[in-house]
Every structure is written in C-alpha cells, then in structure tokens.
Write a protein that binds this ligand. Structure first.
Ligand code: UDP
Length: 373
C-alpha cells in the first residue's frame, strides 16, 4: 500500500525542522510530529510582555561557517548580540570568558598579558610535565588555580553533579582563554539572536509542512509508521529501545521564571553565572538584554541543574566513558532497525551546538537525495 508521506520526522526541534523544510522543498511529502504542544524543541521562545523568553535555556547562535550563517539568514535577520556573561563569585564580579579583564580584576599585580601568563604559569607548577587527564587538571593548566577555584570548580560541579576530577577535559575547552581585553564568549566569526526570536526561523521552516503536536510517537508507533516510508527520529535513543540495556545518563534543568513588572533592568546583562558551589542555580538569564529591549518590566530565569529521570526533559548527554560504551550498544540496535534514522542531540547523544545540528540535517538531506533520487 502506498504510504501518505515520504518522511515522518519525530521531533520538531532544529534538526527535524531543517530536515523537513529541505525535503518538502524537494517535493517530498513530510509529516513532523512532536509530543510538546509547540514546535521548535529547546529553542522555542515564549513572548512575555514583548520579551522573547527562552523557555528551555538561553540559546545564542554562533558559527564559523559562512554557509550555515547564510543559510539561517534566509529565515530571519540576526541582531548584533555578542554573548559576554559575567561571573558572580560570592558577590565578586568577573568578566567571562577568561581574559585580561578577568585576570586584572582578580590579581592586583597583573597589568600586562605577560604578567597574566607568568601568574598562570606559577599557579600550575604542580602539573609540570603531565598531560591533563581530567577537567580539573585541564582547567588549572589553562588558567591556574585561583580561577579554577573561584570561577570553574563550583559552577562545573553544580552543572554536572560530578567532581571535576571525574569529568572529561573537553568540556572546559569550549571556553576561550585570551590574553586580550575581549569579553566575547565565543571565537566564532558570526553570532547573534534572531530578531523576533527563534520561533521566526522554525515557523518559516515549517510553513508548508504538515505538523501534529501533542503526539507521542513511541506510544503510537504502529499507527505512525504506517503513514510514512521513512522515519527520522530525534528523540532519546535509550527510550526508543525501551531502556533495554539501561538508561543513558543526561543532565536536566529546572527553570524558575519571574516576571518583574516594576523592574526595568534587573542585572544589567543577559547572563550572570553564579560560580560558587552553595548558590543552587548556575545562572540567571535576563531575557530582554538578548534583544536590547528597553521596554518596561523584565523577565528573569534562574537555571537549576538537576539529575535526569524519566518524565523530565533531557538537556545534556553525559559523555563519559561509561555512557559512551552504553551508547555504542544502542548504536548496534539502531543499525539493525529498518527505515529509521536516529539524529539530533538526543538521537546522537552528543553535546551539539545549533550550527552543527543544522549542518548535520543538511548533510543528511544531501545523502538521502543522492542515494534515493
Ligand atoms: N564553565 C565554568 N564557569 C563558568 C562558565 C562555564 O567553569 O562560569 C565551564 C563549565 O565546565 C561548563 C562549561 O564551561 O560545564 C560549559 O559551560 P556553558 O555554561 O558555556 O555551557 P552551556 O550550558 O551554555 O552549553
């Protein structure tokens, strides 16, 4: 029997929406389904008092790829927001990422880049000659002990609920360390927030695509599989396989959003990180500053990291050896499945940035069109 759709896309996030847009542009019939009551996955924004509130955590788009930048610009215009978070350690404020502003504020005898380098050298003596094996050693070897103690240890251990000695060093390598007075959190060539919020992009991508919301694919698998020849699944892979080898570990987040009608500027910056161990949240986001919004009132969100359990949203995969070995077992099962491809951050169990997700979706479209013209 001929099926109604060429592709069923499970998950209306950035991967699923990019894929659906590209395939329907090529004349394929695509159905996108999502169990939430909205599209956009974790980049979804809710408009509160004219402010685009990042409902599932702050997203700042950045990329070094001109191709991906130009690609997204067909759906929206970006503003010139540059992410420059500030760290609050027990009331002391420091610029991030780690740069000359941070170093000169922290060390009163540091004035020049050479002073800062000498200071860091003197603070990593004990690591001389050893290759950093974990996040703690990596961090100390990059920025020295003082910065590790005040700006990294507490924040990281809250975020991952693990000792920095038990975390992989690649996590901290996401952050630049600079010996210039430059507070840009990213090194990428292109950066910004879509004017009008991320929904502008997703709405345009899905304009001509069939979408069904509040739909649980895993509970109605047969019914949905009968609708399409091929399936793109962007949900959690361990859940898809009924956790048969056990659960993969994820970090979840709890967001506490406050609408402050009588305060126009709560913290003077979009992102303030609380880097001590005792404050239970890792950061406070003041959403209006992402879009230079000068309206009355403000909306802030406190972000609390927590363990993931069934029923909560999974935000970060915990890419340590134990979990990667378990993922490999699921990968074997994935390869045995017919007519289904597992993708996106959850399907791939990877700490992906948005630009990589788009690139991956475009590559998949190319591969499929090449193999099945
Ligand atoms: N990090 C840190 N202190 C900070 C901000 C970041 O030590 O004030 C480290 C920490 O190890 C964290 C990693 O950098 O796990 C990435 O943090 P970020 O907040 O940039 O990640 P996101 O959640 O935004 O992807």
């Amino acid at each position: 029997m001929e099926k109604k759709y060429d592709y069923l896309v499970v998950g209306a996030g950035l991967f699923g929406s990019t894929f659906a847009y590209e395939m329907s542009k090529r004349g394929k019939k695509v159905l996108v389904i999502d169990r939430r009551n909205h599209t956009g996955g974790n980049i979804y924004c809710e408009n509160i008092m004219g402010i685009n509130v990042h409902k599932y955590g702050a997203h700042i788009f950045h990329t070094s790829s001109k191709k991906i930048w130009d690609y997204l610009n067909q759906f929206c215009e970006f503003n010139n927001y540059i992410n420059s978070p500030v760290a609050n350690y027990k009331g002391e404020l420091y610029n991030l990422p780690f740069n000359m502003n941070t170093f000169t504020k922290l060390w009163s005898d540091v004035i020049t880049p050479q002073d800062a380098q000498n200071k860091i050298e003197s603070q990593k003596e004990e690591l001389k000659g050893i290759e950093p094996k974990n996040l703690e050693e990596q961090a100390i070897s990059l920025v020295g002990k003082d910065i590790y103690e005040k700006l990294i240890k507490g924040y990281t251990e809250k975020q991952w609920n693990k000792d920095c000695k038990d975390l992989p060093s690649f996590i901290i390598k996401r952050l630049p360390v600079r010996f210039t007075f430059n507070n840009n959190y990213f090194n990428d060539r292109y950066q910004g927030i879509p004017i009008g919020g991320y929904n502008v992009i997703i709405d345009k991508m899905l304009e001509n695509v069939d979408v069904r919301l509040n739909v649980d694919y895993l509970k109605n698998k047969e019914e949905y599989n009968n609708l399409a020849d091929n399936i793109i699944y962007t949900g959690m892979i361990d859940e898809y396989f009924d956790y048969q080898y056990g659960k993969l570990e994820y970090r979840s987040l709890k967001f506490e959003t406050e609408i402050l009608k009588d305060i126009d500027n709560y913290q003077g910056n979009a992102v303030i990180n609380y880097t001590d161990r005792e404050t239970p949240y890792t950061r406070i986001i003041e959403h209006k500053h992402f879009e230079f919004n000068e309206s009355k009132g403000t909306v802030i969100t406190k972000e609390y990291p927590c363990d993931w359990e069934v029923g909560k949203e999974a935000y970060y995969p915990v890419n340590d050896d134990k979990n990667l070995a378990l993922y490999k077992k699921y990968e074997k099962l994935m390869n045995e499945e017919k007519n289904i491809i597992f993708k996106g951050r959850l399907g791939s169990y990877k700490y992906y940035d948005m630009d990589k997700i788009i690139e991956d979706a475009l590559n998949l479209v190319d591969d499929l069109m090449f193999n099945m013209p």
